[in-house]
Design a protein around this ligand. Structure first.
Ligand SMILES: [Mn+2]
Length: 233
């Protein structure tokens, strides 16, 4: 039985948490979800190398990793000052997830990065983010009234993995106010929104999506496809 790591983050009530749709998807597919929070690394001494060594051991025990949604990535992670539009951040989570991403890539484990996940993925691999979409000239991508249903269309690269996995579902929910700006060199864009916002990227054993399939698959099974890829052989 496969074990799938799922990152989680601080909630506004100062409890660690993550939407149940991620773990339910993994359970539905016959694998075991294991949640990972920044509490795993805050007590480690020895700096970044010690964190990477520890997380490398953690990932050795996993078959694949989900980097989940959450608060904003701290702009310091991509060398910028935070603008007035940046909301809550959790710097320890940025460090945890960057380390998980590097370990998964080193070990050729599959990686599914969702919402905040696609953003920290891009930053970890050398890219940057729009700190806020509406104030950067894009549409509002935070449609919380449609958390569990499609809100905007997608334009897929037709030969992409994510297009084949989602079986023609061309509209998605949208619960983000940041997005990829400069793309990391090792990633390619495989879907965009009508206003040009990057909505999916792929790399070797990596899929990143800006939408939330964990909140769509129970009403539309096509959105289980990316999780099925993650758990598959
Ligand atoms: Mn969107």
């Amino acid at each position: 039985m496969k074990s799938i790591g799922i990152s989680m983050g601080l909630q506004r009530s100062y409890r660690y948490g993550v939407h149940v749709g991620y773990s339910d998807a993994i359970t539905e597919l016959g694998a075991v979800p294991l949640h990972l929070s920044s509490a795993a690394i805050v007590g480690l001494v020895g700096g970044p190398d010690a964190i990477d060594q520890y997380i490398d051991k953690v990932v050795e025990g996993l078959d694949a990793v989900i980097i989940s949604g959450g608060w904003d990535v701290a702009p310091a992670m991509y060398g910028e000052e935070a603008s007035e539009w940046v909301e809550e951040t959790e710097p320890a989570r940025d460090i945890l997830e960057s380390s998980l991403i590097r370990a998964a890539i080193r070990q050729n484990k599959r990686l599914l990065a969702i919402c905040r996940g696609i953003q920290i993925l891009n930053v970890t691999l050398g890219g940057t983010l729009y700190q806020d979409l509406p104030s950067s000239g894009f549409n509002n991508h935070s449609d919380t009234a449609k958390e569990y249903e499609p809100s905007h269309d997608l334009r897929f690269e037709p030969d992409s993995l994510v297009y084949s996995l989602t079986e023609g579902a061309t509209a998605v929910n949208t619960l983000h106010h940041q997005a990829i700006k400069d793309l990391a060199p090792s990633l390619k864009v495989t879907a965009t929104a009508p206003d040009g916002v990057i909505e999916a990227v792929e790399g070797e054993n990596i899929i990143g999506v800006q939408w939330h399939p964990e909140r769509l698959w129970k009403s539309d099974r096509r959105h289980l496809g990316t999780f099925a890829w993650l758990v598959g052989d």
